[in-house]
Design a protein around this ligand. Structure first.
Ligand code: DON
Length: 560
């Protein structure tokens, strides 16, 4: 049986060497501090704060605002997310700045009179936007845990918006890929597409309206966004494009401080985010299932089968039980309990994969447009932050006169319980739309502690794939003993219960393994890339920081 097989001492090394030869270089090493984000200028902005005497939270807030300028596909001030903060002394907190449904939102707002979901209503345009949380979340994090103050940590973002930055090949391609959606809305077309004269690599991209918005926030804090000129601009844009967000919705918005979820895995402590993200619950549920099993070799059928079955169970539970726990009852304790994991483990060990069911049109989309960054400072304070506009460039609506994109996070609700969303995720009543409720997320900013000390900081974009990406990087580092860059680079796979498909990254899995997975009954599909994990590992004995930017994207780990 797979779970009792003994690992041959020399084999893993050989297999790993082969599997990784395509990617493996070295993680970035630094003595003092490290920032890993999806965009190099934003990582530099974070390190600028660390060098100026700021802590990890100062750096994280600086990165968050900088990404809103240099990485508008996902970096944002018009979206929301989750910041997991752990201070060196041990205190840990989650700042939940997830978007909220406008007060005028209603359960059936995306359904036509025939009861069917209106295509694109929850993914493009002003009606798809939730009340943004990012500015309130970053401002609160800075105020409670930062040292340098909002004006100082926003300086790099302001500079990048006002003076502009050089367009990279990747950014130019990203704008090109967003062309169809962005061209539907006046300010988006003017700012991001220059009215059809697309930015080419090497040109300078300036955002004067965004700079003014950032200045208002730097001077007035969150009030500069949620009231006054910027708020009026949001409301006017809503009126122009038939959205629901009102001045009252903006004034009412507040981030929520939550206790991180805590799990245990083979002696390590795992910290992650609670509802309204499903990330922490599902991650801990999967780790609990897998804890006592012999996972063998990382890209073997035996190992993958066990991990895939853990994924299927956790995502099935996600679909049924998870939602905003401030609005519905979510059985977090039961789902993350060892006893529950033991029952699921028994099922897995004594059953075959279910017969495949037709995927229909529920195949998950390929988008990977959220963004995660990780920060560790010299004292050992750490931040794992994942935030998003949901789709690439969000709803594609730019707030007129204020220069920033709004999210389409409303699609993370179940527009019609039982019907799949953008990521093919089927969700239930617990995640139905209600006024002021927060849509269920998969974002999974996570930390792992060893003997009470910080060991890993990580997270990823990827819609429904996020949780499985984080799971695999954690297993790669802790179980398969890869260094952090190997752990991040290693080929990924994904199963989300429904649709009943196993998704494999196209490059990296052996033909034998793929064949065995097929023979076992998995219906397999391939995807070019999955996720963009930006991770940091702290060496247990020396405290050196090792950063890894996912080679699937163009981020950068910068240390000092
Ligand atoms: O909160 C969530 O789970 C989604 N809105 C995340 C979207 C995402 O990761 C987009 N990238 N694929």
């Amino acid at each position: 049986m797979y779970f009792t097989s003994q690992r041959k001492p020399f084999l893993p090394l050989i297999v790993l060497t082969c599997a990784l030869s395509a990617f493996s270089f070295s993680p970035v090493a630094a003595r003092h501090g490290m920032v890993a984000s999806s965009e190099p200028l934003a990582s530099e902005a974070g390190v600028e704060m660390l060098r100026a005497g700021g802590n990890a939270v100062d750096a994280a807030v600086a990165v968050g605002f900088a990404l809103a300028v240099t990485y508008p596909v996902a970096g944002n001030i018009g979206g929301g997310g989750f910041m997991l903060i752990r201070l060196a002394k041990g205190e840990a907190i989650v700042v939940d700045y997830r978007e909220a449904a406008p007060a005028a939102a209603s359960r059936n707002m995306y359904l036509a009179s025939n009861g069917e979901v209106v295509p694109h209503a929850s993914t493009v345009g002003a009606l798809s936007a939730g009340v943004p949380g990012t500015v309130a979340g970053l401002a609160l994090s800075e105020q409670k845990y930062g040292r340098l103050g909002l004006a100082r940590v926003m300086a790099p973002a302001f500079r990048l918006a006002e003076q502009g930055f050089t367009v990279s090949y990747e950014f130019s391609e990203s704008l090109r890929s967003g062309r169809d959606r962005l061209s539907k809305f006046d300010a988006s077309r003017q700012i991001f597409l220059r009215d059809g004269h697309l930015y080419e690599p090497g040109e300078v991209f300036k955002q004067p309206e965004l700079a003014k918005t950032l200045e208002a926030v730097a001077q007035e804090g969150a009030k500069g966004f949620y009231t006054g000129r910027v708020a009026q601009a949001i409301v006017a844009t809503m009126q122009k494009y038939h959205g629901l967000i009102t001045a009252q919705d903006l004034a009412r918005y507040h981030p929520i401080l939550r206790q991180p979820l805590e799990g245990h895995f083979r002696g390590y402590e795992v910290l992650s985010v609670p509802p309204p993200s499903s990330g922490g619950v599902a991650l801990i549920e999967m780790l609990n299932i897998l804890e006592p099993l012999d996972l063998g070799l990382p890209d073997s059928f035996e190992s993958m089968h066990l991990i895939i079955e853990a994924m299927r169970h956790a995502y099935a539970d996600r679909a049924v039980y998870l939602g905003d726990a401030d609005y519905v009852s979510v059985p977090v304790a039961r789902l993350t309990s060892q006893a529950y994991a033991a029952t699921l483990r028994e099922e897995i060990l004594h059953s075959k994969p279910e017969a495949p069911i037709p995927a229909g049109n529920t195949q998950a989309s390929e988008s990977s447009q959220t963004t995660h960054y990780s920060v560790v400072d010299d004292e050992g304070n750490a931040v794992a932050n994942t935030y998003t506009l949901n789709n690439g460039y969000g709803s594609a609506v730019t707030v007129e006169g204020a220069g920033f994109l709004l999210n389409d996070e409303m699609d993370d609700f179940a527009s019609k319980p039982g019907t799949p969303n953008l990521y093919g995720l089927v969700q239930g009543e617990a995640n139905a739309i209600a006024p002021n409720k927060r849509p269920l997320s998969s974002m999974t900013p996570t930390m792992v502690l060893q003997d009470g000390n910080l060991r890993l900081v990580l997270g990823s974009p990827g819609g429904g794939t996020i949780i499985n990406t984080v799971l695999q990087v954690v297993l790669n580092a802790l179980v398969f003993k890869m260094d952090i860059l190997q752990a991040v680079s290693f080929p990924r796979f994904h199963h989300q219960w429904m649709p009943d498909w196993l998704i494999l990254e196209r490059v990296g899995f052996s033909a034998d393994t793929i064949q065995k997975l097929g023979e076992a009954g998995y219906q397999i599909d391939f995807r070019d890339r999955m996720g963009d994990c930006e991770a940091i590992e702290v060496a247990p004995r020396t405290g050196w920081k090792f950063g890894a930017a996912d080679p699937r994207a163009y981020g950068k780990a910068v240390g000092y």
